[in-house]
Design a protein around this ligand. Structure first.
Ligand code: ZZB
Length: 581
């Protein structure tokens, strides 16, 4: 629809530069794994191959993808109507399946969504049933979101970034005590007198905050000073844009920027580091490897547990003059043991930097390895040896320290997509905190009540599978699945029965749809359910009691209240029962 508006009905206004040649491209290479599975979400399943990866043709726009599928250009605009898709493709699919030699019982064909009123009724029943059972809940959750489209951007709505999910951080509020000289000049007249300004590092390790010795910025990166109510935050504009959709700023989607600063200009600024033993404050220092594509581009420095921070601090300490900083700003002699681990002792970062012989902050490969090891050992085997949760396992202390920080107004939750996601409308997606309907699949660890997951895990346990890895893979999916957003506001689908402004998401209505094949041919003759089938049942006759009966939720003898003849009900039930073991 957007491309038709943009380029005209036959896409005649698409700039020539944007028409790209066909041919294999980088897209053919599976995307790099998103966020190593070694952090807080250590068990997270990350799809390495997907539809996006399988596409071998470099096509910038949807209409170009369709052209490569052989659809004539003058027909493409018709696909702006979602119903055109389900008219257009089924005959082609049938042709190809027949050509392929597949033997298919075409009497049982049906299209899903409300394009077929019989199937629509079946999905509505299923959704009501799940809601009554407490399996569908309404809650606020982080979701990959396209500001341009004004809605969640699920996997199949993405031009790139399939499989990318949301990573949650703790955003720390480091209050400015004294600006560097250059920053002071830069900010003159831009902030009210006595303004409360905070540097906002994003961390995955709130439990290590006791050991902060400084805070890093990328010297060449651009930072914004953003007004957040009566306070001001310093972070990358990209991070501020994410926060704008998470309720951090007073107005949804807005992140007013009052000044711009370059990283090197703020070096030397003294900031308060919440929970740090250095309560007189820590200094902002330069770190070349800070990326502006991750977190807030402000990184708090914990040299006891972060190998990157340890080696950078060591380098800054050794070459203070070269970096134009004062040696005492680095606090290299204030490294605090916070976590004790069986393998790496109580200064994990130092141990790993030394044993892996990491020489400089530029040893990126070895540092990546060290970081992964530090995360794993710290999270699974570490014990707190400092702070309020001394003696407790890091696994438990992590969220307790985070809660404390947030509770005391020293931090707030921050989330972002853990990789770049571009929506089909060409928008770079953010993470947004949205009210949503969810399938309560989650385990206790990943946001659900755990009940459903427990049952599923038991069933997996009881299954005899040919490959033991398959069992493991199933278990991983249960751990990763979390609460699944099951509704969306556009496209095709069955309307959510109690909230018709949204539609059942396309995977959520597919979990038991296979059972529909057992009686589809009895209900309707054509795939759209326009011609009534041999039992003479009309879609409006299919109330919830009837579905309960047909799908085995009532005893065989317990016929539902319905004007469908008894024999027809029993036939439907028998066709379903046939497949039960
Ligand atoms: C404090 C801290 C203490 C961190 C620790 C780590 C560790 P990751 O793991 O690569 O996803 N970080 C955050 N933003 C950036 C950025 N823009 N550029 C470079 N580094 C960044 O990144 C998450 C961690 O990397 C964050 O958590 C932050 O440093 C840093 F003991 O905050 B952390 C083994 C690691 N230990």
């Amino acid at each position: 629809m957007r491309e038709v508006e943009q380029f005209g009905k036959n896409f005649e206004r698409c700039p020539v530069d944007d028409i790209v040649d066909e041919g294999p491209t980088q897209d053919a290479v599976p995307p790099a794994p998103t966020q190593a599975e070694t952090k807080t979400d250590i068990t997270k399943f990350s799809a390495k191959k997907g539809k996006a990866a399988a596409k071998t043709v470099k096509s910038k726009y949807q209409f170009q993808i369709m052209l490569t599928q052989g659809i004539p250009i003058q027909d493409i605009h018709k696909f702006a109507d979602p119903y055109h898709w389900i008219e257009y493709f089924p005959p082609l699919a049938k042709r190809d399946l027949a050509g392929f030699g597949a033997r298919i019982d075409w009497r049982r064909q049906f299209v899903t969504t409300d394009a077929n009123p019989y199937f629509d009724s079946f999905v509505q029943w299923q959704m009501r049933k799940l809601k009554d059972m407490g399996k569908i809940i309404f809650a606020k959750r982080y979701t990959v979101y396209s500001p341009k489209d004004g809605q969640a951007c699920l996997d199949h709505d993405r031009a790139s970034g399939e499989g990318v999910t949301v990573q949650e951080y703790t955003a720390l509020k480091m209050k400015v005590i004294e600006w560097s000289e250059i920053a002071k000049q830069e900010l003159q007249g831009k902030l009210p007198a006595g303004a409360k300004v905070f540097f906002i590092p994003a961390t995955l390790r709130p439990e290590t905050m006791y050991g902060q010795t400084s805070c890093f910025v990328g010297p060449t990166l651009k930072y914004g000073v953003f007004q957040v109510g009566s306070e001001y935050f310093v972070c990358s504009p990209r991070a501020a844009r994410n926060m704008a959709f998470q309720g951090t700023f007073p107005e949804w989607g807005k992140f007013p920027q009052v000044a711009t600063l370059t990283g090197k200009d703020v070096v030397g600024t003294l900031v308060n580091a919440p929970f740090s033993i250095l309560n007189e404050g820590v200094r902002i220092l330069p770190m070349e490897t800070v990326k502006d594509t991750k977190g807030t581009a402000v990184v708090t420095c914990v040299p006891s547990d972060s190998p990157d921070d340890y080696i950078t601090s060591l380098d800054l300490d050794k070459k203070a003059d070269y970096y134009g900083i004062k040696k005492e700003w680095v606090n290299f002699d204030h490294i605090l043991p916070i976590i004790s681990t069986p393998q790496y002792g109580d200064l994990t970062a130092k141990h790993l930097v030394e044993t892996l012989k990491i020489q400089s902050p530029k040893d990126t490969k070895k540092l990546e390895e060290a970081k992964e090891k530090a995360y794993k050992e710290g999270f699974y085997k570490g014990t707190m040896i400092y702070g309020d949760f001394k003696g407790q396992k890091v696994e438990d202390a992590k969220s307790l320290v985070r809660k404390q920080l947030i509770h005391q107004g020293l931090a707030f939750p921050y989330a972002e997509p853990d990789g770049k996601v571009i929506s089909r409308s060409g928008d770079e997606c953010t993470a947004a905190l949205l009210d949503q309907w969810f399938m309560n699949y989650g385990t206790a660890e990943n946001g659900g009540d755990g009940e459903w997951a427990k049952g599923v895990l038991q069933q997996i346990e009881d299954m005899e599978l040919y490959y033991p890895e398959a069992k493991h893979a199933f278990e991983q999916v249960v751990a990763w699945l979390g609460n699944w957003a099951c509704a969306r506001s556009y496209g095709l689908g069955t309307k959510l029965p109690w909230d018709p402004s949204v539609m059942v998401e396309s995977l959520s209505d597919s979990t038991i749809y296979q059972s529909y094949y057992s009686f589809a041919h009895l209900l309707h003759k054509d795939m759209f359910g326009k011609q009534i089938g041999p039992l003479g049942v009309k879609p409006e006759q299919l109330n919830d009691d009837v579905w309960d009966y047909v799908l085995g939720r009532r005893d065989r003898g317990d016929l539902p209240q319905s004007d469908i003849p008894k024999a027809a009900l029993q036939t439907l039930r028998r066709h379903f029962d046939y497949w039960l073991v």
